[in-house]
Ligand binder design. Structure first.
Ligand SMILES: Nc1ncnc2c1ncn2[C@@H]1O[C@H](COP(=O)(O)OP(=O)(O)OP(=O)(O)O)[C@@H](O)[C@H]1O
Length: 376
């Protein structure tokens, strides 16, 4: 299943003009505050009627304000001469995951899940309650009331309730924003499972780079109501134009595979022909592993360094350099087809004479490549 979105809308001084596709997997809407992420989610959900909209899921039209004749509307869509096709929110079959879980306090977890299942259309293939409770690890909580759950458990039940309504897409608007880091770490693996197990598109709003790098299959980078870049996560996140320049903000995402666990506590990963050493990662040899390398953790050398503690020295080619307003610069490197970003000073760019096409070495400390997640 895939979601196709084309929107045009004015809100006071703000203009949204965004077109993108969200294929199967998890598509992150990524951008600074006020860039239009929530406006897009609301338009897709049908809570906001844009001036112009064309939204389709798997070829079925949910909204098409530009036509009243050709497109095939979903059952229940209203056709009007003025608005074209506009399916009301309750007919869009959306599983909505909010920042707060919004469970019914007087119902048990089982009752909340059944409430979700009640919304599944009669014609839809009914999701299996046992499979969903198993996937979300909430089987042992079924008899409890929401007041007796942790924040992370509540959010997992809310996800289960959304899935049991047999949605054709999931919308998640900063679902982890209200949780502390420990609860975020608890929930993230469940979103990874959803991403890998479901065939429906998940549209997920976030402005946390590490969350984006960990979860996204596709990234739609937004700025001031426009799509700056959209495409596979590694490509978009490795683009210096997209990545914010600030410290601890930038970072590339790399798909690797575990090839060995060493006795000294390190795990060896393959990224193409290159090797990467990281602190012990869970998962058997052969398991795919996605790693997030923050730009400020990467150094650049023009010659292979000698006598250095950093364990990862990767031959790379400079693809692009973005000079910031301040003292910083972002350098995009290609290491055997993998994109890595390095945040260095403008002075270093000058001192090393860095330019596009130059052969260099990217240096990474093993301990800095710690934010890894198993993806398969
Ligand atoms: N009712 C409104 N009237 C006028 N402007 C509005 C209205 N609602 C939203 N806006 C403006 O539209 C822009 C986009 O808002 P939106 O909430 O979609 O951004 P966002 O990317 O989700 O931001 P955040 O990350 O802070 O939630 C903002 O500049 C906002 O001020």
């Amino acid at each position: 299943m895939s979601l196709s979105v084309s929107l045009n809308h004015r809100l006071g001084a703000f203009t949204l003009d965004a077109q993108f596709d969200a294929p199967q997997g998890l598509t992150v809407l990524y951008g600074p505050s006020g860039s239009g992420k929530t406006t897009i989610i609301n338009a897709v959900a049908g809570l906001l009627r844009p001036d112009h909209a064309k939204i389709t899921v798997d070829g079925v039209t949910l909204a098409d304000t530009g036509t009243d004749s050709t497109a095939q509307p979903e059952i229940g869509a209203r056709r009007t001469a003025r608005r074209g096709i506009w399916l009301p929110p309750h007919r869009r079959r959306i599983g909505y995951v909010f920042q707060d879980a919004r469970l019914f306090p007087h119902l048990s977890v089982r009752g909340n899940l059944r409430y979700g299942a009640w919304f599944a259309p009669k014609t839809a293939i009914k999701p299996n309650m046992d499979e969903i409770t198993e996937m979300l690890g909430i089987g042992h909580l079924l008899g409890r009331r929401p007041a007796g759950l942790s924040g992370g458990e509540r959010q997992r039940v809310a996800i289960g309730r959304a899935l049991l309504a047999a949605p054709q897409m999931i919308l998640a608007d900063e679902p982890l924003a209200a949780l502390d880091q420990a609860r975020k770490d608890e929930i993230l693996p469940y979103f990874e499972r959803l991403r890998d197990a479901l065939t429906l598109p998940i549209l997920y709003v976030s402005h946390a780079p590490s969350e984006v790098a960990r979860l996204a299959t596709t990234v739609v980078a937004l700025d001031a109501g426009k799509v700056l870049r959209a495409g596979p996560a590694a490509q978009v996140l490795g683009d210096p134009e997209v990545t914010p320049m600030g410290p601890r903000a930038a970072g590339a995402m790399i798909e690797t595979r575990i090839i060995a666990h060493h006795a000294d506590g390190l795990t060896e990963l393959a990224m193409g022909d290159l090797r990467l050493l990281v602190p012990r990662a869970g998962g058997r040899v052969g398991t795919p592993l996605r790693v997030h390398i923050e730009a400020q953790d990467v150094m650049i050398a023009t010659r292979r360094p000698d006598g250095i503690s950093a364990l990862n020295v990767l031959p790379a080619t400079v693809r692009e350099i973005r000079i910031g307003q301040g003292p910083g610069a972002l350098v995009q490197l290609d290491a055997d087809g993998h994109i890595i970003l390095a945040r260095v000073t403008r002075r270093s760019v000058k001192n090393l004479g860095l330019c596009a096409g130059q052969k260099v070495f990217a240096i990474l400390k093993a301990v800095s490549v710690a934010k890894a997640s198993i993806t398969g």
